[in-house]
Design a binder for this molecule. Structure first.
Ligand code: ADP
Length: 262
């Protein structure tokens, strides 16, 4: 399977991190810079970011709104292109890939959870989760069976046939997590996955992500405002002045994005 090919022989079944004995980098950003130009202003939320992620790590990226967390996750997911610099996945630069290789990367190597779940409200929970499998050409029956199994994993075994629009916010986010993982990606990227939830649901979703992270040997990177949850990740990185700093406790002041008049 694709994921096994990526993970290779370094994954040890039963290991809580899936990376026992391995310090291998799965992702590395080198000189990663993104500038947005709008009218006469330029915003540079990422200004020569350097960081690497080891297989099996769970990393929290903290920083206030506008610091550039989403921009960074979008680049890691190859949903956007950098102004300069690059991201290496398993040693290869993302932007040295062809369009079809990039599409494969987005579909198979990474799973993405957004703050708002972006489910199709009139489709059932199982149909929503099955969607990435259908996009890659799986049969409907096989895709729905896999979707049901994943819904069981996220605690929604009884709600496969319920329409997504009828589920609670926390349940919808569980469906979104199942959808992100149904292709068995190596990396899970989550952009404020608990941002729209009340405290208790946020706690439950974080615990679920942590459990799935261990059980499926994922490498997880999540952007969050919630410093209590962030501290429970393996590593916290603060986005400040366009750079990532270790051990983040980014304040509103320190994590402000650089804005330049042009
Ligand atoms: P965060 O996720 O930390 O809230 P974002 O990555 O969404 O921050 O945004 C970082 C900065 O980049 C903000 O100033 C935002 O306005 C700007 N920005 C993000 N996307 C765009 C875009 N497509 N066009 C122009 N500016 C953008």
């Amino acid at each position: 399977m694709y994921r096994q090919a990526i993970l290779g022989a370094t994954v040890e079944e039963g290991s809580p991190t899936g990376a026992a004995g391995s310090c291998e980098q799965i992702l590395r950003a080198e000189g990663l810079t993104k500038t947005f130009t709008s009218g006469t202003s330029q915003v540079t939320p990422l200004d020569g970011i350097e960081f690497s992620v080891r297989r099996g790590e769970m990393i929290a990226i903290v920083g206030p709104s506008g610091a550039g967390k989403s921009t960074l996750l979008h680049l890691l997911a190859a949903l956007d292109t950098p102004t300069s610099g690059t991201v290496y996945f398993a040693g290869d630069s993302l932007w040295a890939r062809t369009e079809s290789e990039l599409a494969e990367y987005r579909n198979r190597a990474v799973g993405f959870v957004w703050q708002r779940h972006h489910l199709l409200p009139d489709f059932t929970a199982a149909e929503n989760v099955a969607m990435p499998l259908l996009i890659r050409g799986e049969s409907l029956g096989g895709a729905l069976r896999a979707a049901s199994e994943w819904l069981g994993e996220v605690g929604l075994a009884g709600q496969s046939e319920q329409r997504a629009g009828e589920l609670s916010g926390g349940e919808q986010q569980r469906v979104a997590i199942a959808r992100a993982l149904v292709n068995q990606p190596a990396v899970l990227l989550a952009d404020e996955p608990t941002g729209d939830l009340d405290e208790r649901s946020a706690e439950n979703i974080f615990e679920l992500m942590k459990r799935l992270h261990g059980a499926h040997h994922l490498t997880s990177i999540l952007a969050t405002h919630n410093s209590m949850l962030a501290r429970r990740a393996d590593r916290v990185l603060a986005l400040e002045h366009g750079k990532l700093a270790e051990g983040g406790s980014a304040s509103e002041e320190s994590a402000r994005t650089r804005v330049t008049r042009v």
